[in-house]
Structures are given as structure tokens and as C-alpha cells.
Design a protein around this ligand. Structure first.
Ligand code: 13P
Ligand code: SF4
Length: 309
């Protein structure tokens, strides 16, 4: 295996040559996050992709993140170091499920699509959201009825925050976050009675009921950095620990995760050697979204950026 220092140096050189910028999600391995120019949650990464001047965007994350960057930047080159890294939840919605609800509710229905979704599912939808803006965007929609796809847990959380809306749920879920159980969290609370409980809204409802703070990965990091508390129980994928520790360095703050240490296997596939490989020879790693899907899918992401502003 190539030593990390040599790979890091090669990546830095290739990045310059190709006018590339490296974006990473908080769940990818720590050495990949360390090589990135920016680390962020799904919304921050989508926004950065639009705002940055570089011609090539390397997205260290899963497929939907690369597709979103490409959809928002059709003239840029977007590379996924591991094109096979996919989010299973992205596929947990089918067209007939949407058609049925649209037929029932007519014009007073908005189909709201979590960004963790295929480009095709986005074309069936009215607007995209991420965990950091779902409540805000849904609250501002003129329609009372909302079909929330694909994640039922985020959908249920949005519903709990917006009692005036009628939110129809779909059956999708994150295979990692749903393994976090309320029993695990109660055990952690007993062991660390002063800890603040932070949870990602992809967690099941009974876990969210225990949480003092519910938000995106970035939201949880900012909450921990700003909080007066010294201990935190963190209900999400353990990859977030790198940035939690960086942002709270020197404060003595401590973080506790469920004993099953939730990992995202797909994010784990994005390694430093693959990051170097995609910069050496970009073509096989380029993200393409077909012309039959791109315009309609792009519109839902552009609406997200507009409504979240
Ligand atoms: P964030 O947008 O909060 O980073 O979440 C992305 C994700 O896939 C969570 O599982
Ligand atoms: Fe998808 Fe879950 Fe991984 Fe997030 S943690 S990318 S929702 S599988």
C-alpha cells in the first residue's frame, strides 16, 4: 500500500494541475476528510459545488452527492472516487407510490424529496430538501399536503414540527440510523447523566424523542461547539467524530456513540488511494446524469437552494 504522506502529496499536486477542489462528507474515512478542501453536510456540499470557482469537483461521498453537484453544475467535471458508493435509501421509492398520492390529492400536494435519492426520483418531485432545511422548506410550501420521500423518519420528524401540514410518509429509511435503538440511548444516558443527546433526524422516532438537539451532521457539530455542556451522546454515524473533536479541541468535551458504533459502509468505500486514482485518470470516475433526467432533477435542487436561502 502507498504510504499516506506520499498519497497526500500526490493528491495535492494533481489537484493543482486539474484545477480541482475536493469536497468530503463527515462520514468518509478521517484521512480522506483531512485531504479535503471542504468538509460538510449534504446541503453545504451542494451549495459549495455551486459557489466554488474550480472546474473540477471531487466529491468524497456517495452517488447522490456527486449527482447533485453535477446537476447543479452541468458544465463542470464532477468526480466520485468510488462510483459504486451508493446510499441504499436513495432507491427506496417507486413512481407508482407517488402517482397514487398525486391522484388522490391533486393540486394541493407537494412531493418533497430528501436529497438522499436518485436523480430519477428527483424528477418525480417538486422540491428537494436536506436534513438541515427540510422543516423550513416544508413550512414555506403553499400546499397543505406533503408527500415526503424517501425517508420516513425525517418525514415523520418534519410532520412533528409542522402541525398545520398533512405529511404523508413513504417507507424508506437509512439502514444505519434505524439500527440505533432507544434502549442503547437510555443506557448511555444512565452512564452519562449530564450528557446532551444529539440525533440525526434519520433516527427512529423513539430515539428522536430522547434527543435534546435534532439536526444535520453539520448542525450537530455546531451545536456541540457552541454548547456549554461537556458531554454528548451522538446518534449518528461515527465518522462525524473527527470534526466534532477538531471543532471542540482543548475544551475537554467528550462524545459517546451507541455501542454498536454505526458506520456507513458506502461512505467507508471512499479511500485515499481511490481519491488519488480518480485524479490521475478522471474519465472512469466522472458523474453523468442523462439528458432525459437532468433538467427536471436540476429544477428540484435549484428550488431547494432558492427556498432555503
Ligand atoms: P447530512 O446532510 O446531515 O450530512 O446527512 C447526510 C446523510 O446521509 C445522513 O445519513
Ligand atoms: Fe445513506 Fe444512511 Fe449512509 Fe447516510 S448513513 S449515506 S442515509 S446509508
Amino acid at each position: 500500500a502507498e504510504p499516506i504522506a506520499a498519497l497526500t502529496q500526490e493528491i495535492a499536486q494533481l489537484k493543482e494541475q486539474r484545477d480541482a477542489v475536493i469536497l468530503a462528507h463527515y462520514y468518509v474515512p478521517p484521512e480522506v476528510q483531512a485531504t479535503a478542501d471542504y468538509v460538510g453536510d449534504s446541503f453545504a456540499l451542494a451549495k459549495l459545488a455551486v459557489d466554488l470557482p474550480q472546474q473540477t469537483i471531487v466529491l468524497c461521498g456517495v452517488e447522490f452527492m456527486g449527482e447533485s453537484a453535477k446537476l447543479l453544475n452541468p458544465n463542470k467535471t464532477v468526480l466520485l472516487p468510488e462510483p459504486a458508493a451508493d446510499c441504499p435509501m436513495a432507491h427506496m421509492i417507486s413512481k407508482p407510490d407517488i402517482d397514487r398520492v398525486r391522484a388522490e390529492y391533486g393540486d394541493d400536494l407537494a412531493v418533497v424529496c430528501y436529497v438522499n435519492s436518485t436523480a430519477e426520483a428527483k424528477t418525480w418531485s417538486d422540491v428537494c430538501v436536506t436534513s438541515s432545511n427540510a422543516v423550513k422548506i416544508c413550512s414555506n410550501l403553499p400546499q397543505r399536503n406533503i408527500l415526503f420521500i424517501p425517508d420516513m423518519n425525517l418525514g415523520r420528524y418534519v410532520a412533528s414540527q409542522l402541525p398545520d401540514k398533512h405529511v404523508i410518509l413513504n417507507k424508506g429509511y437509512c439502514p444505519r440510523h434505524v439500527t440505533i435503538s432507544v434502549e442503547q440511548i437510555i443506557d448511555l444516558e444512565e452512564a452519562h447523566p449530564d450528557a446532551v443527546v444529539m440525533a440525526h433526524p434519520e433516527c427512529p422516532a423513539d430515539v428522536l424523542a430522547e434527543a435534546d438537539y435534532i439536526g444535520s451532521t453539520k448542525g450537530m457539530i455546531e451545536h456541540a461547539a457552541a454548547s456549554d455542556a461537556q458531554e454528548f451522546i451522538v446518534c449518528t454515524v461515527v465518522g462525524i467524530i473527527r470534526e466534532l473533536e477538531l471543532r471542540t479541541q482543548g475544551t475537554g468535551k467528550r462524545f459517546h456513540f451507541p455501542a454498536t458504533t454505526p458506520r456507513c459502509e458506502n461512505m467507508d468505500l471512499v479511500t485515499l488511494p481511490k481519491l488519488a486514482a480518480c485524479l490521475r485518470n478522471p474519465a472512469p470516475y466522472e458523474v453523468h446524469v442523462g439528458d432525459s433526467l437532468a433538467p427536471a432533477a436540476r429544477l428540484t435542487l435549484e428550488r431547494m437552494l432558492e427556498y432555503a436561502a
